[in-house]
Every structure is written in structure tokens, then in C-alpha cells.
Design a protein around this ligand. Structure first.
Ligand code: VG1
Ligand code: CO
Length: 543
């Protein structure tokens, strides 16, 4: 079979964001667009001839077409084998699991995560290295640099490969191996958690509802929660992955997972609710009529980790992204283990886990995970909670309130302003940076500003430096406001405002987070001149 070398011209906009390259489907459908980026990956990673690659995606619109393009290019670029999930499907954590288990030369994951799908929706692609984790900034920068100089790509002129039956097909010199996307992942979960205890919880009348949001986790949740743990079949809703996610927005938060929220806050509600996102790496945890803030969830999992067999030996350390609340720091302190603060994005956790410095990682954006893979992992978090609930036999709410009583409560919220003009968003960030000097020491009611900066991070393992990771306004009493521009959107800009204050007084823990954070919210709006500059009264999403 003849390798065909195709002449191409570079695109200038193939810079990966927080988690890979994300664009609208029509952008990816431009002639050569996907091919250019894939060739840039292959040219950068320089896999040895005959290497194995993992390939799969969240099943969104254009997933199948892209998989065929990538398979042919992988064959033409000298790969020996590609492990591809059946139907082209692999959740992000499952892809990470497979890369690690079969020690492949990394993998390519097709996903725009929580962004909507469909012909006019979003598509995305990223490369994960041999450790199973997202390529580090050094690698993504090199891929971007290559994409700007690319003159040709290589492919094979062959028919498409059948992806709907398990088994092997030859593609030129390469073997395409279609694997069960769920089996390896389910086995890993069973090795970490006490499935017997969870089974007995579920058979004792404890009711759960998991919303797969028409996205990738449906088959995983059915296999694990229903087939292996014995939950009734209707415990998993929206379980069939659809290319357009049923026209929904597969983002597990109180706004977009409203179908689940109505059930869990409604009459005859289940004891536990959870949802996951488009590619299965995010999670939202709910108790009956009760929302668990993702930052609290990380802290709670850390505090209760020893209840799960896979973590009985204790934790090496915890890492959280900078905007994530400091609730986990308090647990780390009590456990006498380190807590690292990294920039936003899972790629910053990989080195810490590889070096054995941390076991658990988390982000405020509904992302929790551990060193079992190198991605955040939605179902893993759900199973961790079920394991804790099976061991403690209390309600979700009671467990969270006990945690607050012991450690204090970190009131926390994120306000997102989505789809605002890029110039206005940049203007807000510039204004804030220009105000550091005047803000430092400034008094707002009972709150005084201690320090303002633009967060920078030096990786403790490889010494690499990442700057410009978010504007922080830190107050003397420990309260914080953080401003960041999203790196995952495809339309205009999204400004995120993260708000946090610590409350040791258990008598105030019942307060609503928005109420408790009202003063900080007012300060954030004032110093950013947000209303004047972007003309919005309210955030698009509050979490
Ligand atoms: C967002 C979240 C970040 C997360 C990233 C990828 O990034 O804030 O915490 O790691 O999405 O998650 P940004 O740059 O838009 O704030 V996923 O589930 O979309 O791969
Ligand atoms: Co995701």
C-alpha cells in the first residue's frame, strides 16, 4: 500500500488551549485542518517505528470521520498498532487507563469535553503521553510551533476500517485493534474500591441516580453501576451516547444537569445523584436535595481516602489547581502531607503524580482524580463517594456537614461570563493587572487586600515555568478573588471569577454560598468594572 504525501499550508490557529485543540466542527472540516494538526503531533512526538498508539473519543459528531483520518495517517507515519475503542469510543479516563496498561506510545483523544456537539458544535483533539496524561506545556507548544511550519502530511489511500466489532484489521503495515472501551477501565475500578460494600449498600434500599447526559459515560456506568454493583437499570439515565448529546450541554453542574437536579431536589428523591461530562472526566456529586461543591468533594475524598481499599496505605500528597478552594489544604495539613497549588488544567498534575509526590488531584471545575490514571475521572469520583457512603452509612449531607464542623467551611463559588467580546475580556484583565499597586493594602469594608499578582508556577519536578495563569486578589483574612480567561471555549471569551472565603464558625455553615460571598462578589464587580465594560448584569453560569 502506497503512502501518499499531501502538500499543505499551515493554519495559524492550532494552538492547544487548557486541554487540547478545540474548535467548531466546521473549522475541523476545512480541508487539511485535522490532518495538519495530527501530522504536527506525529512530527513532534517522534514515535519509534512500530510503536503502539491509543485512539478514541467521546462519540460526538465528527468522531468517526476523524478516527478514520487518524488511523490512515498513523499507518503512513510508521505506527505498528493502534488500539481503538469499539465504535471509536473511549472516555478520557479510560483512554488514560489503556495507555498505561498497555504501555503505549501515548494516545490521541477526540473530545471537546463539556462543550456542546453536533454539526455546529465543538470538536477537539489532544495528545496524551506514555504516562497516560495530557501532553505537558512544552509538548503542546512544540506541536503548535510545528503546525505553523507544516508543508506536508502523510496518509494511506485505503478504505475505512470497520470499528464496530472487536478484533484486528491490517491497515498497510499497521494493525488496528478494536478493543472493548469499558473492560480495562471497569477492572481498574474494581481494584480500587470495595465493590462488595457498595453492592450491599445498594441492595439495602440506598437509591442512586447517575446522569450520563447522553455522553460517553453511559456504557461505563451501566457496566459498573448496574451490571457489577447491582443498581437497578433505571439508576442510569441518558445512558446512550449521542453525537449531539441530545442537543444538550454535557456539563455536569447545577445549570446544565438540570434534569438530574430536579430529580434529586424533587419528591421521593434518591439518596445520591451524580453526573458526568461529554468525555467522562468530570463529576458532579449530589445528596438528596444537597449539592457537594467540587472543591469540598476533593477535600472530603482526601479526608476519607483510607475507607477505599486502593488508598488504604494513605496519600502521598494532594494537588489542586490554583482557583480551587483551600478546603483540601486543611485536610492535607491535618494528615501531615503536602498540598501543591498548580495552574488550571490536568496537564500540570502529571509530573507530580509521576514523581510520587501526590496521590489525589482536583479542580473546582468538577474534576477529581488520582494517580490510578493521569486524567481526572468522573466515575472514579462517583465510586469513591459510594465507597465512603457504604462505609459510613450516613447521608451525603451529614458527611459534608461533619467535615465542615471539623475543618471549617470554605465558602466557594465561580461566576462565568460566557461568550463576551474578546477585546472587552482582555480589557478587564489588563485593568486588573494595572491596578495591582493601588489595590494592594486597599480596604473594602472589613476586608483588606494583602497581595495581588498574576499567578505563576514553577514545576517542582522539571523546573518548567508557567506564567499568566490568573489574577489573584488575596485578602488578609484568607479570602480570595481570582480572575481567569477560559482556555477551552471556541466563541469569544469566557471570563471566570472565582470567589472564596473561610468560615470556621459552625453556626454560619448553613448559609448559602452566594449570601456568604456577597461582599466579595461586590468587590469583584467593582474592581473589574465588569458591568460597564461588558454590559452584563449577571453571570451566565454560577457554580
Ligand atoms: C476548564 C476548567 C479546567 C479544566 C478544563 C478541561 O478550563 O476550568 O479546570 O481542566 O476546562 O476540562 P478553562 O480554561 O475553560 O477554565 V474538560 O473536562 O473540558 O477536558
Ligand atoms: Co471533560
Amino acid at each position: 500500500m502506497q503512502v501518499r504525501t499531501v502538500a499543505t499550508t499551515p493554519f495559524t490557529d492550532q494552538k492547544p488551549g487548557t486541554s487540547g485543540l478545540r474548535k467548531r466542527v466546521p473549522a475541523f472540516k476545512q480541508p487539511h485542518y485535522l490532518e495538519n494538526f495530527v501530522q504536527s503531533i506525529f512530527d513532534t512526538i517522534k514515535a519509534p517505528a512500530g510503536a503502539t498508539l491509543v485512539l478514541g473519543g467521546d462519540g460526538r459528531y465528527y468522531n468517526r470521520e476523524a478516527i478514520q483520518v487518524i488511523l490512515k495517517m498513523a499507518a503512513a507515519n510508521g505506527f505498528g498498532r493502534v488500539l481503538v475503542g469499539k465504535g471509536g469510543i473511549l472516555s478520557t479516563p479510560a483512554a488514560s487507563c489503556v495507555i498505561r496498561k498497555y504501555q503505549t506510545h501515548g494516545g490521541i483523544i477526540l473530545s471537546a469535553s463539556h462543550n456542546p456537539g453536533g454539526p455546529d458544535g465543538d470538536f477537539g483533539i489532544k495528545y496524551n503521553g506514555g504516562n497516560g496524561g495530557p501532553a505537558t506545556e512544552g509538548v503542546t507548544e512544540a506541536i503548535f510551533a510545528r503546525s505553523k511550519a507544516l508543508a506536508e502530511y502523510r496518509t494511506l489511500d485505503v478504505a475505512d476500517v470497520a470499528l464496530d466489532e472487536l478484533g484486528e484489521t491490517a491497515l498497510g503495515q499497521m494493525t488496528v485493534q478494536v478493543i472493548d472501551p469499558v473492560a480495562d477501565y471497569a477492572e481498574l475500578m474494581e481494584s480500587l474500591f470495595d465493590f462488595d460494600a457498595i453492592r450491599s449498600l445498594l441492595s439495602g434500599g440506598f437509591r442512586i441516580k447517575f446522569d450520563a447526559m447522553h455522553a460517553v459515560t453511559g456504557p461505563y456506568a451501566r457496566e459498573i453501576l448496574v451490571n457489577r454493583l447491582g443498581a437497578p437499570a433505571d439508576s442510569v439515565m441518558n445512558a446512550v451516547p449521542l453525537p449531539d448529546f441530545g442537543n444538550g450541554h454535557p456539563d455536569p453542574n447545577l445549570t446544565y444537569a438540570h434534569e438530574l437536579v430536579e430529580i434529586v431536589y424533587g419528591k421521593d428523591a434518591p439518596d445520591f445523584g451524580a453526573a458526568s461530562d461529554g468525555d467522562g472526566d468530570r463529576n458532579m456529586i449530589l445528596g438528596r436535595g444537597f449539592f457537594v461543591n467540587p472543591s469540598d468533594s476533593l477535600a472530603l475524598i482526601a479526608a476519607n481516602a483510607k475507607l477505599a481499599p486502593g488508598y488504604r496505605q494513605g496519600l502521598a500528597g494532594i494537588a489542586r489547581s490554583m482557583p480551587t478552594s483551600e478546603a483540601a489544604d486543611r485536610v492535607a495539613e491535618a494528615l501531615g502531607i503536602p498540598c501543591y497549588e498548580t495552574p488550571t488544567g490536568w496537564k500540570f498534575f502529571g509530573n507530580l503524580m509521576d514523581a510520587g509526590k501526590v496521590t489525589l488531584c482536583g479542580e473546582e471545575s468538577f474534576g477529581t482524580g488520582s494517580d490510578h490514571v493521569r486524567e481526572k475521572d468522573g466515575l472514579w469520583a462517583v465510586l469513591f463517594w459510594l465507597n465512603i457512603l457504604a462505609a459510613r452509612r450516613q447521608s451525603v449531607e451529614a458527611i459534608v456537614r461533619e467535615h465542615w464542623a471539623k475543618y471549617g467551611r470554605n465558602f466557594y463559588s465561580r461566576h462565568d461570563y460566557e461568550g463576551i467580546p474578546t477585546d472587552a475580556a482582555n480589557g478587564v484583565m489588563k485593568l486588573l493587572k494595572d491596578s495591582f499597586a493601588s489595590l494592594t493594602g486597599a480596604q473594602f469594608g472589613h476586608l483588606q487586600v494583602k497581595l495581588c499578582d498574576d499567578f505563576g508556577y514553577t514545576d517542582p519536578v522539571d523546573g518548567s515555568v508557567s506564567t499568566g495563569q490568573g489574577v489573584r486578589i488575596l485578602f488578609v483574612d484568607g479570602s480570595r478573588i481570582v480572575f481567569r480567561l477560559s482556555g477551552t471555549g471556541t466563541e469569544g471569551a469566557t471570563l471566570r471569577i472565582y470567589l472564596e472565603s473561610y468560615e470556621p464558625d459552625v453556626g454560619k455553615h448553613h448559609l448559602d454560598a452566594q449570601e456568604a460571598l456577597a461582599t466579595l462578589i461586590g468587590i469583584a464587580l467593582q474592581v473589574s468594572e465588569l458591568k460597564q465594560r461588558i454590559g452584563r448584569d449577571k453571570p451566565t453560569v454560577i457554580t
